[in-house]
Design a binder for this molecule. Structure first.
Ligand code: PMP
Length: 304
């Protein structure tokens, strides 16, 4: 991770990063009672554009609702804080923005209510590619994705990511770049921090949210803009066999953007190189986030 930018927004104020600290008794450290978002901003040599700010802030607030954890600032205040954080740090490079809120001093109490004290912080750092855009290898994880029967899958909570950490550790230990988790019924769910798409018979397929996939903002964006490319799209349960015999496979997410998968376990996907449709979608996505496709200008928020 690149160095965090100098100023951090903490409960409504800008602090230098060495001053933004929390006590060891913070509830979230013990129980994972934190909520986070990952947002990207893109520098196109003229301005810095935050991608889908409204959607991210909406999900940010909703995640906490599952647990009665309060976000004590309005959506407007959070959006302003994110824009001003970029300005305050004079960011003129593509970067990642991480807003989060968490339960503070609440003892060892598991009865978290809307009155539990919470804090909000936002930091950013310069960010390039998370993965190799020439394609990565993946494996079907030994870990199953947790389901709504255990914890709400649509809440982006700190604690939820222990499942992702186990899956990532397993994949790396076996020499793969990334894991793919199956849902409780054995259908393809998603990767530890990304949604998944496959291409079969010229149709773009992605698992439904009922497969415990996060309602990813990149996923939704892809399902929208690929209509312009005259691609057929379908949300449906995907089996492990369908995954392995797909013509193309890629992951989508704020950090991963669109990352081609060229191998699943021992099976090469397609020719074992980035497929043509994936390439087209990657190019289109890049144009949109850079605000070079005016049809989707509404998806980007200029900072300056
Ligand atoms: N699934 C999980 C588990 C994630 O953490 C993320 C990253 N937020 C995604 C999917 C992709 O979501 P988005 O496109 O909104 O970043």
């Amino acid at each position: 991770m690149a160095e965090i930018s100098k100023y951090i927004w903490f409960d409504g104020k800008f602090l230098t990063k060495n001053k933004a600290k929390v006590p060891v008794t913070t509830h979230a450290i013990h129980y994972g009672t934190s909520i986070f978002e990952g947002i990207r901003a893109y520098w196109n040599e003229e301005n810095l554009f935050i991608f889908r700010l409204d959607e991210h802030v909406k999900r940010f607030r909703n995640s906490g609702k599952y647990y009665n954890i309060s976000l004590r600032f309005s959506d407007k205040e959070i959006k302003k804080a994110i824009i001003n954080l970029c300005k305050k740090n004079k960011i003129k490079k593509s970067c990642y923005v991480r807003p989060f809120y968490f339960v503070g001093q609440y003892g060892i109490n598991l009865h978290v209510t809307k009155n539990a004290p919470t804090h909000v912080a936002i930091f950013s750092f310069p960010f390039g590619d998370l993965f190799d855009k020439n394609g990565i290898t993946s494996c079907v994880s030994i870990w199953r994705k947790f389901s709504d029967a255990s914890t709400p899958t649509q809440a982006k909570m700190g604690g939820n990511y222990l499942n992702s950490i186990l899956a990532t550790q397993d994949a790396k230990k076996r020499g793969f770049d990334e894991a793919i988790l199956l849902d409780k019924n054995g259908y393809v769910s998603e990767a530890p921090g990304e949604n998944i798409f496959i291409i079969k018979n010229d149709t773009l397929l992605t698992p439904p949210l009922s497969s415990s996939a996060l309602d990813g903002i990149t996923r939704k964006s892809i399902l929208t803009f690929t209509k312009d490319l005259k691609l057929k799209t379908k949300i449906k349960n995907i089996t492990k066999e369908e995954l392995k015999s797909a013509e193309e496979v890629f992951l989508s997410g704020t950090a991963a953007e669109i990352t081609p998968i060229i191998k699943v376990d021992k099976k090469k996907i397609g020719e074992g190189i980035v497929g043509n449709t994936t390439k087209l979608i990657m190019e289109q996505y890049h144009e949109i986030v850079m605000n070079r496709n005016k049809k989707y200008s509404k998806w980007v928020t200029p900072v300056y």
